[in-house]
Design a protein around this ligand. Structure first.
Ligand code: PMP
Length: 432
């Protein structure tokens, strides 16, 4: 029956869809870390709705909270509501204590790219400047301006004349320094290059409205930024009065073991972009949390009809409650270590160039041992083989050569072990 659904989708839907091409199943229902297709096959879902399902599919308490809210009010537009208040308070309560009173929330919904757009627009309004600095390999979404600041060239090439004034700099990924510098010097050189360009009046980059960065590039292939790079980037942008926008759409809500990834780096951004896992169950909601000093918008300056998703608010507040009650962040750290250790069994395999990750966000980069070219077709074969054996994984990075996993944050040790058995076997089978 999956084939029938896929054929129907192929006949009627836009060509721009992605997952059915690579994961040819039709989903019927989900429960925890598992999903069942219309043919009654059960899979471990280590894609989690692209990192959305913080507490897995259909967490009963989260679903109950959403249902109760739907019975009370399905749509709240911009009005204050109890669900919105609880959600806002819950989100602010998850910020490091020193940031809570400094930050405001703007509801951008429904999706992550909308929040990236909002962040850029707010910084432009607040600074009166137009340029934006972004990083190579970053991904920020598919709307026009989110795509414009995205550094993955293949996604942008078909769109002529994207948003002007975006300047890309190397992301500190020292294992791949294009100049072959040592990790230690590369870590500082990346920021030194940016600093030089920002300070250089003769042909440098104009002072931008914002610097936007992912601290662990997700779609770019699970690439954590080096700590010194992030620290220096924060010092530089603060000194020059440039708002630092951290895109936590994928890394946020506990994915890397702290509520936000920036906490690990010991910095505080001016703007945080969050979406994906905010509701814990896949109901759409997207926000920016921003420093009050940037509060430049007059009423009506940035509106949108679907910014009052009551069920998402209720589910999101319930998710925060469960994350605290069940020490979900502790689970992310423990299961993350387990996952990293199990995937590290692949290190040394001739096709495995690197295994890297943080918390419950891991990637296995595959490259041709003869010459080192990104092995995208082998990664696709690994994904297909894993699916045949009951595991859903994602791809990313250069030519999609990184096999990525994003399990639910409450995944159990047993499920991690079973998934790793499947994935390591698939890599061994598919790499010639
Ligand atoms: N930023 C990052 C870091 C992302 O990973 C994504 C989605 N993969 C987005 C922005 C865009 O979010 P959405 O797909 O909800 O628009």
């Amino acid at each position: 029956r999956s084939a029938e659904y896929l054929a129907h989708q192929g006949r009627w839907e836009s060509n721009a869809r992605t997952y059915p091409r690579r994961l040819p199943i039709a989903l019927a229902e989900g429960f925890g870390s598992y999903v069942r297709d219309v043919d009654d096959n059960v899979f471990i879902d280590f894609l989690s709705g692209a990192g959305v399902l913080a507490l897995g599919h259909n967490h009963p308490e989260v679903v109950r909270a959403a249902e109760a809210s739907l019975r009370a009010l399905t749509h709240g537009l911009d009005f204050p509501t109890p669900a919105k208040r609880e959600f806002t308070d819950a989100q602010l309560s998850m910020l490091p204590p020193g940031m809570r009173s400094r930050m405001k929330v703007h509801f951008c919904g429904p999706t992550g790219a909308n929040a990236v757009d909002a962040a850029l627009k707010l910084c432009k309004t607040a600074t009166g400047r137009g340029a934006v600095v972004s990083f190579q390999g970053g991904f920020h979404g598919s709307t026009h301006s989110a795509m414009a600041v995205t550094g993955l060239v293949a996604q942008k090439e078909p769109v002529a004349d994207g948003m002007p004034g975006v300047h890309f700099f190397p992301f500190s990924y020292c294992a791949r320094c294009p100049l072959g510098l040592s990790p230690e010097s590369c870590e500082t050189n990346c920021v030194a290059l940016l600093e030089r360009s920002l300070r250089d009046a003769n042909g440098g980059v104009p002072k931008p409205a914002a610097v936007v960065v992912e601290l662990v590039q997700g779609e770019g292939g699970v690439v954590p930024a080096r700590p010194e790079f992030v620290r220096r980037l924060r010092v530089l942008t603060a000194e020059l009065g440039i708002p630092l926008v951290v895109d936590e759409v994928q890394t946020g809500c506990g994915r890397t073991g702290t509520w936000f990834a920036f906490e690990r780096y010991g910095i505080q951004p001016d703007v945080i972009v969050a979406s994906k896992a905010l509701s814990g169950m896949g109901l759409p909601v997207a926000i920016i949390l921003y420093d009050r000093r940037l509060d430049a918008w007059a009423p009506g300056a940035h509106t949108g009809t679907f910014r009052g998703n009551q069920a998402a608010f209720a589910a999101g507040a319930e998710t925060v409650r469960i994350v605290r009650r069940d020490d979900v962040l502790g689970n992310v750290r423990r299961r993350g270590e387990q996952l990293g250790a199990r995937l590290a069994e692949l290190a040394g395999h001739p096709w495995v160039r690197e295994v890297r990750g943080r918390g419950l966000m891991w990637g296995v980069e595959l490259a041709d041992p003869a010459g080192g070219a990104p092995a995208g077709s082998v990664a696709a074969a690994v994904q297909a083989d894993a699916l045949r054996n009951g595991l859903i994984v994602e791809l990313g990075g250069r030519e999609d050569c990184v096999v990525r996993v994003l399990p639910p944050l409450n995944v159990t040790a047993e499920v991690v072990d079973t998934a790793c058995d499947i994935l390591t076997a698939s890599v061994r089978r598919c790499c010639p």
